[in-house]
Design a binder for this molecule. Structure first.
Ligand SMILES: Nc1ncnc2c1ncn2[C@@H]1O[C@H](COP(=O)(O)OP(=O)(O)OP(=O)(O)O)[C@@H](O)[C@H]1O
Length: 912
């Protein structure tokens, strides 16, 4: 193919200069895509493809009108493409084109989504040594530390953070859920970490130039942006500065033009926040359900915010619960005041309804994309602040709450000044285009008023010209109009065309009329065109400078936006609390948890919920939760986690009364639906999550374990569950709720002092199980697994036999409990491989226990004689099934396999 020249050639050579996947190049009134790019956008965006020939070759071409680029850009970026935009400008020699912006997921300003849109950078601390080629357990134990920076170009938020190891770093990343991540030089070579970032976030990974991460250069860039002082006050770790510097250089390089909206740098300290890893956020369905729906998540349930900024903040609170009692109590005070002031709260929410997203508007103003309507939105939102303050002041309780300080934080005089400036400047209902005039108020600038007056005068002269001509020359059928080719003209009906005065110059003859001009009309035409241009230019100039004045107040707008969002988020919490009978929890430092009549915040919305108590104190910090399938174990445990989390958001909680010991982290290990979808082994995931918890949780953490060990053969499963319990109890000492089907674990309560059993009660009458959903102390007293088999129609003899087998297994399987030293361990030994009891050779106590277990097993064996008789009386197929049942080694078979076997037996029995 010959080298393309002309427009296609220009496109292809511009494309070579960028690493963006797609280039949109302005050609007059269109943005065009050529060649492969055209094919790609045609495919992705359903655009019509045409052909453009250049130098004997033909190239695919697609285009969108100039003003319509935004939605296409957005769609491409949301699909993960980086899109370069080249604009056209005039030069002495004609047109030239230049790439002005590369739009990427993290620098997309045109978002319509209310969520924060973070661009993140992750840098490994060089001093700590490389972790490239980290082991699969890099989640824990590797010694590299990391620096992180997060920027939201749509709101100007800029934060730095650090991660002690890769696990903490991933937790921070998940907390901010970035849309784009810039891995630093060492991080990008760490396949394991990169893979984990990909797994745990939906972010696009972008390789930004390595030099921008260089400590000296990064520090310089950061100081240029934020000044010297904030950095010194912040005590930001070195790799976090590198991360911050690279983000700033990236934002600058991609041409988003919003650097000025990044007015402050703040540190996000993980110590201030409750550790909440990605798995836990998913398990507790914080912002989306396990199925990925927003509806049904905790956030969707409690979100009654009126503004998108308020919703964004509330979500941030949920994702980043706090640990400081004073911060939380301050929020609680506001929620309490708002919850009891129903009328004032409604009023506040109504006023808030008129507020726009000021943080976003500030970014648009600095970027130069805010139009006059956006500035009206700024003005109207600034009005909201004093109105909110008035409502708060008018209610005694609200006035005394921290809400007053929240609305007083932004500089109210500066707000009033900015409001006044906009009020005087912007027209009442300006158009959305900024180049066609009508943007500004009369009286705003004398110079503009003069131009407008003259423009209006000429316009009126032209408007009245037809009437004047009719009157003066006695002409009927006269109109005055303008079009592109003829300019202004006087049009006279053909019948009277001969009666026109001499100074009329004919310019066109039409079928029924003739068009004329006059020297005076030509003068006026020149004048009006000049004035139109002048008015447009002047208005745009004034508007631009006004927009710059607004952009200069970005920090103020962010303050006001934040204050309004805070009031909105707090009102939302109060609204939900009032509507659902939630109470203010008492926050405690001693770690005790006492929830009276607690409910699950989401499940209670759709179900007649049976409230339950929770008591976890120093002497019962580990609850083994048992109960039949579907009885409500998971719900109960998640309810506890959600209540603690809500309390650490500053919210009220669904309970009659609650005392919440503050935690430093919430860890959960629940089913692994989503990992299954990613094709990873369930059991491997289960174990790496467990390992993570055992390493990371502390005495101040809350741990929720649902069915640990289920993913492997029963022996392994019980052993792991058992030893994890001992470790959590003895070493970690975290407050733990552990739901299990391994009845064996309930025995631990007798040997480990802080372990207590609770069970979810079920009532059985006439063969039917009724789930009572009530949590009671003590273990379940029967095996409902077999009961479920019974309910499912497994024949009576099989069920009976299963009960016997179970009874034997239980009695024989005594396992030594390893205590924390404060109580005597019980010792009994069951030879799992042979299925026989052997005497323990260790302690006296052990021998005694062992003996009694042997005794019990003998008794069971005796009673099974009758079963043998019963077997003999069965038909052959039933006997076969029974034989198979006996052959099954329960301890070497996973529950899934067992279930499959039961199904098969059922089928065989039905076939009979
Ligand atoms: N306290 C309650 N009041 C009313 N409904 C409840 C309560 N607790 C749980 N439920 C409902 O009971 C059903 C089963 O709950 P859950 O999944 O927690 O049971 P489970 O014991 O964990 O089951 P499995 O052992 O099979 O995992 C759910 O539909 C849940 O909404």
């Amino acid at each position: 193919m010959t080298e393309a020249t002309g427009i296609v050639g220009e496109f292809l050579s511009l494309k070579e200069t960028t690493d963006a996947e797609v280039l949109a190049m302005q050609c007059g009134d269109f943005y065009e895509f050529f060649d492969e790019d055209a094919e790609l956008v045609a495919e992705e965006l359903d655009l019509k493809l045409s052909q453009k020939s250049s130098h004997g070759s033909s190239y695919p071409m697609a285009g969108v009108p100039l003003d319509d680029l935004t939605p296409y850009l957005k769609a491409l970026v949301e699909r993960g493409y980086r899109v370069a935009v080249a604009d056209q400008y005039e030069t002495d020699e004609g047109h030239a084109r230049e790439i002005v912006r590369v739009v990427t997921p993290g620098t997309l300003l045109e978002t319509t989504d209310a969520d924060a849109q973070y661009l993140a950078a992750v840098v490994e601390d060089g001093a700590a040594g490389g972790s490239a080629g980290a082991s699969p357990t890099a989640d824990v134990g590797d010694d590299a530390s990391y620096g992180l920076a997060f920027a939201d170009v749509t709101t100007g938020r800029f934060l730095v953070a650090s991660g002690e190891d890769s696990a903490e770093t991933l937790t921070e990343l998940y907390r901010f859920d970035p849309v784009e991540v810039l891995p630093g030089p060492a991080v990008r070579n760490d396949d394991e970490l990169v893979q984990r970032i990909r797994d745990r976030t939906d972010a696009t990974l972008t390789l930004h130039e390595a030099e921008s991460f260089a400590p000296k250069r990064a520090e310089h860039v950061v100081r240029e942006q934020f000044g010297r002082e904030p950095l010194e006050g912040l005590d930001v770790p070195r790799p976090a500065i590198s991360a911050a510097g690279s983000i700033l250089s990236y934002v600058e390089e991609t041409g988003a033009g919003v650097l000025a909206s990044m007015t402050r740098i703040t540190t996000h300290r993980s110590d201030d926040h409750v550790t909440l890893d990605g798995t836990t956020q998913r398990n507790l369905e914080l912002t989306e359900t396990m199925q990925g729906d927003r509806e049904g998540s905790l956030f969707a349930t409690i979100d009654h915010t009126e503004t998108s900024a308020g919703g964004r903040l509330l979500k941030e609170w949920l994702q980043r619960p706090r640990r400081s009692q004073s911060v939380l109590e301050e929020r609680q005070q506001s929620v309490a005041a708002l919850a009891s002031a129903a009328l004032a709260r409604d009023e506040l929410r109504e006023v808030l309804g008129a507020a726009y997203d000021l943080e976003r508007l500030a970014s648009k103003a600095t970027h130069g994309s805010a139009d006059a309507q956006d500035l009206v939105a700024v003005r109207e939102t600034l009005e909201v602040l004093p109105q909110i303050a008035d409502v708060i002041d008018s209610d005694a309780e609200l006035g005394e709450s921290p809400l007053s300080a929240i609305v007083d934080r932004p500089d109210r005089t500066a707000v009033a000044d900015l409001w006044e400036m906009l009020e005087e400047a912007i027209a009442e209902e300006p158009p959305s285009t900024v180049t066609q005039g009508g943007l500004l108020q009369r009286g705003y600038r004398e110079e503009l008023d003069e131009v407008i007056d003259r423009h209006e005068a000429v316009r009126r002269w032209l408007e009245n010209l037809a009437d004047r001509e009719k009157r003066e020359y006695g002409l009927s059928h006269v109109t005055v109009d303008r079009n592109k080719t003829d300019g202004y003209y006087i049009q006279v009906g053909r019948s009277v065309a001969d009666e026109v005065p001499d100074h009329y110059e004919q310019i066109k003859t039409l079928k029924n009329s003739k068009r004329f001009t006059t020297p005076e009309l030509e003068d006026k035409e020149r004048e009006i065109l000049r004035l139109e241009e002048r008015r447009g230019d002047l208005e745009y100039e004034l508007f631009e400078s006004l927009r710059e004045d607004v952009a200069a107040e970005a920090a103020l707008l962010q303050d006001v936006g934040r204050a309004l969002a805070t009031v909105d988020a707090l009102s939302s919490l109060a609204t939900h609390a009032a509507a659902n009978g939630w109470v203010r929890p008492e926050l405690r430092r001693d770690g005790d948890l006492e929830i009276d009549q607690g409910r699950h915040p989401v499940v209670e919305q759709t179900t007649e919920f049976v409230p339950n108590d929770v008591r976890m104190t120093d002497d019962r910090g580990f609850l083994v939760v048992t109960g039949p399938n579907m009885s409500g174990k998971s719900t109960y445990m998640r309810q506890v986690a959600c209540i603690v989390l809500l309390a650490q958001v500053g919210s009220f909680v669904p309970a009659r009364e609650a005392e919440i010991g503050l935690v430093d982290g919430i860890f959960t290990r629940v089913g692994a639906l989503d990992e299954l979808a990613q094709g990873r082994s369930t059991f491997m995931v289960e174990m790496s999550e467990l390992s993570n918890i055992l390493h990371t949780a502390t005495e101040e953490s809350l741990v929720i374990l649902d069915e640990v060990g289920r993913g492997t053969a029963t022996y392994d499963g019980i052993s792991i569950a058992w030893s994890a319990t001992e470790y959590l109890h003895n070493e970690v000492r975290a407050k733990t709720l552990f739901a299990t089907h391994y009845h064996e674990l309930t025995g631990l309560a007798e040997h480990l002092p802080r372990v207590a059993n609770v069970h979810i009660a079920a009532d059985e009458r006439d063969g039917d199980v009724t789930f009572l959903r009530t949590v009671r102390d003590g273990p379940t007293d029967r095996s409902y697994g077999i009961h479920v088999a019974d309910l499912a129609g497994v024949p009576g003899p099989v069920v009976d036999r299963a009960r016997d087998v179970l009874g034997r297994l239980r009695e024989e399987k005594a396992i030594e409990a390893k205590g924390d030293g404060s109580s005597e361990p019980v010792q009994a030994v069951f030879d799992l491989s042979s299925g026989t009891m052997e005497r323990s050779a260790t302690t006296d106590g052990g021998e005694a226990a062992s003996k009694s277990a042997t005794q019990a097993s003998l008794e069971t064996a005796a009673s099974s004689e009758t079963d043998a008789d019963r077997e003999a009386a069965l038909e052959p197929e039933k006997a076969d099934v029974l034989a198979d049942l006996e052959d099954v080694d329960v301890n070497e078979t996973s529950p899934i396999e067992l279930l499959t076997k039961v199904q098969e037996w059922q089928r065989r029995l039905e076939d009979e």
